[in-house]
Design a binder for this molecule. Structure first.
Ligand code: ADP
Ligand code: MG
Length: 603
């Protein structure tokens, strides 16, 4: 057995031992607690935990600020209470409450999640106020400020749950379910897409991720968790009143997540424990306790901005073992991308594209034919519009006029993720990796647009989902090997060296299986050695049948490998031709002489 396997086995053993100990501790916990008051506190903590683990989807994974959890919790609680008071079974009332709440979040999320992050924060605060007003003033239905009493207890297999102890185990099972689902989603393409869009929304889009849909899904999942927690709450305390579901409560849920550590379900657990226990632990301080509590929360946010979980992460040794690195290198010369149509056919047709920013014309009626199977370079002085050109082709900008067609399909005006799915992929001049995902996961985000697994597959862990995940993992490992990063698979992308980050962006872009790959200054920041290897890589990509549009400053590099070169100056295309033609073009010499004083030698 190799040392890697031994290490993995030992780690798995330790994990199992810790899990077993943790489960045992959770099972005996309520028996160690003498007072009913504390038992109830623990149970309410479990209910909060479900709300906070739910919040983690939209706020932790997607990075969107959501203050709606208390309102969704309230809707779930009231709908369940009203239906069970009518005699409906809890087990029917709960899913109805969850669906109703999910629909409410959809109605709230559709208009706001398309906008910037803080719109969701504002919309959910407003929503919280409205829910509060309705609960308080719609007396005939909600019972007004005095709420609803005598909500039936939860029946389970013919028994009725009674007492704190029985409810503890019942709620614990729900927490386990909620956490299990969260971890499953996190390790799927949906979880990766959520974190990808948090780290860079535009980079997620150009990998084919519909960021609006993913955010919407996360928001609905969050609200459904809150609704289920609400239903469990009324089933447990048999009573509901509006004051519990205030915006202050929403902020508390939010603090629980932030203090534990956003972006991790484990963080949600820790934060919930801390903020449930802290007020009790400080109770002996009487009126001073609110002050200390507030100061404590502020200190934690200042000194542990990434939450308590980050402490564990920092303490843990960085032991990186790349999966099967050596095996993969031998397979490196295997197809990464499919061969597009025969060389010479126009694969991207650009006509009179004009992009203005206020008075500035960044692209001035640019036309170009990109021939399949070629390396087509775009060069020009700084600020001449090269990056803007790539942004226009990939949907990051929508030019005011012109047209870009790929096989007859108009790309202008299309959302970036749709363009990506049509086989146009890119890298960024300012690197935009998903910094908190591993190198391997970065590549896997790019593959997701070809995945067939549905949310249900992921939740149920079907065979299709597992096979697909394995396949993606293998393919992504090959893609990493192809760009020379086989041994970096497990490393967080943000920790890679600069040149490696550029290569990772290429691997990620290739994972979408593009027909056209747009590279924006891929050699920037590379030394001569790295640049030379990059040339080989670009050539290998072209030989796989991928058309390359290369924006590059390094003239020697461009002249050496390009089939065709377009030259930009002040947003206009001033010349185009083979490297030899372009080097001798008076307009090109003029454009470059005007600034740097040298033509081709500058590198
Ligand atoms: P290059 O990549 O050739 O160096 P760019 O395409 O980045 O040049 O920029 C071309 C011009 O457009 C520059 O003057 C730049 O300041 C301007 N520009 C680019 N993007 C924007 C934007 N989003 N808003 C305003 N001006 C922009
Ligand atoms: Mg640029």
């Amino acid at each position: 057995m190799s040392t890697e396997n031994a290490l993995a086995a030992r780690r798995r053993g330790a994990f199992l031992a810790w899990s077993a100990a943790g489960i045992a501790a959770l099972l005996v916990l309520p028996h160690l607690i003498a007072s009913d008051y504390l038992r109830q506190l623990v149970n309410l903590g479990l209910i909060s935990l479900i709300v906070v683990v739910g919040l983690n989807y939209i706020t932790g994974y997607c990075g969107q600020i959501n203050f709606g959890q208390a309102a969704f919790w309230g809707i779930g609680a009231y709908v369940t209470a009203l239906l069970t008071l009518q005699g409906l079974s809890f087990w029917l009332a709960l899913p109805i409450a969850a669906i109703a709440t999910g629909l409410a979040s959809l109605v709230l999320g559709i208009p706001t999640l398309k906008l910037r992050a803080y719109y969701l924060a504002m919309a959910t605060i407003g929503f919280g106020e409205i829910v509060q007003l309705v609960l308080t003033h719609w007396e005939p239905v909600t019972g007004g400020t005095s709420g609803l009493r005598g909500v039936p207890a939860i029946g389970l297999f013919g028994y009725t749950l009674q007492g704190h102890l029985q409810h503890y185990y019942f709620l614990l099972a729900w927490c386990a379910l909620g956490l299990g689902i969260a971890l499953r989603v996190r390790s799927s393409k949906i979880g990766r897409a959520m974190i990808a869009l948090r780290d860079s929304e535009i980079a997620a889009e150009v990998c084919g991720v519909s960021t609006v849909n993913v955010k919407l899904l996360a928001f609905v999942l969050s609200s459904v968790y809150a609704a289920v927690a609400g239903g469990l709450y009324v089933g447990y305390v048999n009573y509901v009143s509006p004051d519990l579901f205030s915006n202050a409560q929403a902020v508390l849920f939010f603090s629980m997540l932030v203090i534990g550590g956003t972006g991790s379900a484990v963080g949600a657990v820790i934060g919930t424990i801390v903020l449930t226990a802290l007020p009790e632990a400080l109770r002996f301080l009487k009126e001073w306790y609110m002050v200390l509590y507030g100061v404590g929360v502020i200190l934690m946010i200042v000194f542990l901005p990434e939450g308590v979980v980050s402490l564990a992460r920092r303490l843990r040794r960085v032991e990186e073992t790349a999966p099967d690195a050596r095996v993969v290198i031998e397979q490196r010369v295997e197809a990464v991308a499919p061969r597009e149509s025969a060389r010479g056919v126009t694969i991207l047709q650009v006509r009179e594209v004009t992009q203005r920013f206020g008075g500035l014309v960044a692209l001035d009626k640019v036309s170009m034919d990109i021939a399949a199977g070629t390396i087509h370079a775009v060069i020009g002085p700084n600020g001449s519009g090269k990056t803007t050109f790539l942004n226009a082709l990939t949907g990051a900008y929508t030019p005011q006029s012109g047209s870009v067609t790929r096989m007859g399909v108009e790309l202008l005006g299309m959302q970036p993720h749709r363009i990506a799915r049509l086989g146009v992929s890119r890298t960024f001049q300012n690197i935009r990796l998903y910094r908190s995902l591993s190198a391997l996961e970065n590549v896997m985000v790019g593959q997701a647009c070809r995945s067939k697994a549905t949310l249900l597959d992921i939740l149920a862990g079907t065979r299709r989902q597992r096979d697909e995940e394995t396949g993606m993992r293998e393919e992504a490992t090959k893609a990493l090997a192809f760009v020379g990063l086989a041994d970096k698979a497990g490393r967080p992308a943000g920790s890679l060296a600069y040149a490696q980050q550029r290569l990772l962006e290429i691997a990620r872009a290739l994972a979408t299986k593009p027909g056209v790959l747009l590279l924006d200054e891929p050699a920037a920041g590379m030394n001569a050695n790295e640049a030379a290897r990059l040339v080989q890589l670009i050539d290998a990509i072209r030989r796989r049948g991928v058309t390359v549009v290369l924006v590059e400053h390094n003239m020697r590099l461009v002249m050496g490998i390009s089939d065709r070169i377009s030259v930009f100056d002040f947003g206009r295309k001033i010349a185009e031709g083979t490297p030899d033609e372009v080097q001798g073009d008076p307009a090109v010499i003029e454009a470059y002489l005007g600034r740097s004083g040298r033509v081709v030698a500058h590198a």
